[in-house]
Design a protein around this ligand. Structure first.
Ligand SMILES: *Cc1c(COP(=O)(O)O)cnc(C)c1O
Length: 364
């Protein structure tokens, strides 16, 4: 097993020791004990504060994709119309997932190095009249951040539910679920929260709950049982107490630091990372700096290098960054500076290593 001293992969991110300590304790029966139900309720409250929402937040066991699938399956019936706003791997991917669930999907697509144009989304929504509009806040594979307020207003205008994947931004970038009319907001534990990849969280608006009830989807990832689970002291399965305890520690740490301070830390580290890359002559992938995400930086693999050469050269010096997927595979590499990795000293060390490696050249 390899360990890297400089971990800059854009998720799962490095888990801090105070979180790992939580996993070394013993807990009781998560399906029976009042103490667990109280913990779950506190975690819901902390997430509501972080995501600026009064909507109920469900916390399920599973990796972030469980939230993406469970929310789609819980509100869609075969033939329902879905407008997928896409400018990256996850945006286009969610459109494909909705299709697999049997929805009639129209994709309003944009380049991977750009963000969606609200006017085009609005025109498509007015024409197509979808039941659900899907979007992605931070497109982790391409490092962009999509403004959501206008897309949320469009969803209201056409009376569609607004489904947003903020897995890679929530907690590190301002997300205003209620103000932006997000009906289904999706979060995972292994990005900004810097936990193990074992919790999937969804914010659910009252009108989304009505659709969930009407659709009546049942399954391991179904949202329906969570509506009353806490009240009834009956969850669909024995929950992960360790993970829930770690969530409380991480969420409370963000609030103790202060959300404004957390967001500023992410913005500053990201700006520093972009500046260092540009000084080295490494081109950023997004076409404009204003659309770069504060949680992850995507850059082009420098000329003269292949991605495997660059990756191996960095790993030999104890540093791990991320590659990319789909049409970006081999062309784009990524530095994850979210959560525990939104640390200027860590990113500075990483940029020093990258600079040395680039100077030595691919044959060194
Ligand atoms: C990480 C992430 C997910 C969850 O996907 P995994 O790759 O399975 O961790 C979903 N959406 C976005 C935008 C993500 O960054």
């Amino acid at each position: 097993m390899e360990r890297y001293e400089i971990g800059l992969v854009p998720g799962p991110v490095t888990v801090p020791p105070q979180v790992l300590a939580v996993y070394q304790r013993n807990y009781g029966s998560a399906d029976l004990e009042e103490e667990f139900f109280q913990l779950y309720a506190r975690c819901q409250g902390l997430l509501q504060e972080i995501l600026a929402t009064e909507h109920q937040v469900t916390i399920q066991t599973g990796e972030g994709m469980l939230a993406l699938w469970g929310a789609l399956k819980s509100v869609l019936r075969p033939g329902d119309r879905v407008l997928a706003v896409a400018n990256g791997v996850f945006g286009y991917g969610i459109g494909e997932m909705a299709q697999q669930v049997g929805a009639e999907v129209r994709v309003v697509g944009f380049d991977y190095d750009d963000v969606p144009d609200p006017d085009q989304v609005r025109a498509a929504a007015l024409e197509f009249r979808p039941k659900l509009i899907t979007a992605v806040h931070c497109e982790t594979p391409s490092g962009t951040l999509t403004p959501l307020a206008e897309l949320g207003a469009i969803s209201q205008e056409v009376d569609a539910l607004f489904y947003v994947d903020f897995v890679a931004s929530g907690g590190g970038v301002e997300v205003r679920v209620d103000d932006w009319h997000i009906d289904l907001g999706l979060l995972g534990s292994q990005k900004v929260l810097s936990l193990l990849p074992d919790l999937a969280m969804v914010t659910i608006s009252p009108r989304a709950w009505e659709v969930v009830e009407a659709v009546g989807y049942a399954g391991y990832d179904a949202l329906a049982p969570w509506r009353t689970a806490l009240e009834q002291r009956f969850f669909p399965y024995t929950h992960n107490w360790h993970a829930m305890a770690s969530l409380e520690v991480a969420a409370q740490a963000l609030l103790d630091e202060g959300l404004e301070a957390v967001f500023a830390r992410h913005r500053e580290v990201a700006a520093f990372c972009r500046q260092r890359l540009q000084e080295m002559g490494v081109p950023l992938f997004p076409r404009r700096e204003e659309i770069c995400s504060p949680t992850v930086t995507a850059a082009r693999v420098p000329e003269g290098w292949s991605w495997p050469q660059l990756d191996q050269a960095l790993r030999r010096r104890g540093m791990a960054v991320g590659g990319s997927y789909g049409p970006l595979a081999g062309k784009v590499f990524r530095i994850g500076h979210m959560g525990s990795q939104a640390d200027r000293a860590l990113v500075a060390r990483g940029m020093d290593v990258l600079e040395e490696v680039l100077r030595a050249g691919p044959r060194a």
